[in-house]
Unconditional design. Structure first.
Length: 310
């Protein structure tokens, strides 16, 4: 009984203490914890299963890009769009004349010299003139030699049509007339001349006479500049013949060779005195013909002359 009384007393004492403590705050107080509606069943996609691969974008009015006509290509001359091509024809023709399609002329004597040699001294000339444009030209050439006593030993004149076949070479055709030696002869000419690699001036020609005689010539020179005004020019010429021509003292095969070296000083580009040396020799039957008439077949000369052009 005593134990029961003690337990009841303890319960009665604890009850007031618990009544004095406030209830703990609910952390979720104020939250809307009402029941939410169940999710709706998804609506079926009407395009499900369709092929939606990438397609080209459509242009205006449903046209596909790239099917429109291409714009007109640009015209060659923008000014034609303003003034018209016909109005500028004369101006373009003038422009072509002033920048390549010109008409010009030139006279050049590469050799005009006195030759001091054993026996009788001599003289020599070699020159040409031309008139025309870049492509088509009329060319007049002349060369010859003689002795100071007044007699001309060799003299020829060529009249040629020259046509450029590329920027470096000209094809030439025309006639040649030999004034000396007698008897005089006329030839048809077909040749080529121009600038070889490394700026060698070179040329070659075939000559067919009215008697059916065929001759050939190859020549060339090179201007080696030592300074802006001092120029060394080596030069060579070879003549050949297809048959003997006793009337003019030419033998078949290699007939003559000339090799020279000249040093000039260009006082002006158009005018240059020079000095030099030259060796010339007839070969083979040509040498035999020369001896038969009392001439030396070979000679060595000291030369002095002028080179000029205008």
């Amino acid at each position: 009984m005593k134990r029961l009384a003690i337990a009841i007393a303890a319960i009665g004492f604890a009850a007031p203490i618990n009544a004095q403590q406030p209830a703990a705050a609910d952390p979720h107080a104020g939250h809307d914890m009402g029941a939410k509606p169940a999710p709706e069943t998804p609506v079926a996609d009407p395009h499900a299963g369709h092929d939606m691969g990438a397609k080209p974008a459509a242009g205006p009015a449903g046209e596909e890009v790239g099917t429109a006509p291409a714009p007109a290509p640009p015209i060659d001359h923008a000014a034609d769009a303003v003034w018209g091509a016909a109005a500028l024809t004369a101006s373009r023709a003038s422009l072509r004349r002033e920048h390549g399609g010109f008409q010009g002329s030139m006279i050049l004597f590469n050799l005009a010299e006195y030759q001091a040699r054993s026996g009788t001294d001599g003289y020599r000339w070699e020159g040409e003139g031309w008139f025309g444009g870049d492509i088509h030209r009329f060319v007049l050439k002349s060369e010859g030699e003689g002795d100071v006593r007044g007699s001309v030993e060799n003299a020829e004149v060529q009249a040629l049509y020259s046509r450029a076949i590329d920027p470096w070479w000209n094809l030439q055709a025309g006639v040649r007339y030999d004034i000396r030696p007698d008897p005089q002869r006329a030839f048809a000419v077909l040749g080529i001349e121009g600038l070889a690699p490394y700026w060698f001036k070179a040329g070659g020609a075939l000559f067919l006479s009215t008697k059916g005689e065929l001759l050939g010539r190859i020549e060339g020179f090179y201007d080696q500049r030592i300074t802006q005004r001092l120029v060394l020019q080596p030069r060579a010429e070879i003549d050949v013949a297809a048959q003997d021509i006793p009337e003019i003292g030419v033998g078949a095969g290699l007939s003559s060779v000339e090799v020279g070296l000249r040093l000039r000083y260009e006082i002006e580009r158009e005018f240059a005195p020079y000095i030099g040396i030259e060796w010339a020799s007839d070969i083979g039957d040509t040498a035999r013909y020369a001896r038969a008439v009392g001439k030396e077949p070979s000679s060595f000369s000291l030369v002095a002359g002028i080179r000029f052009w205008f």
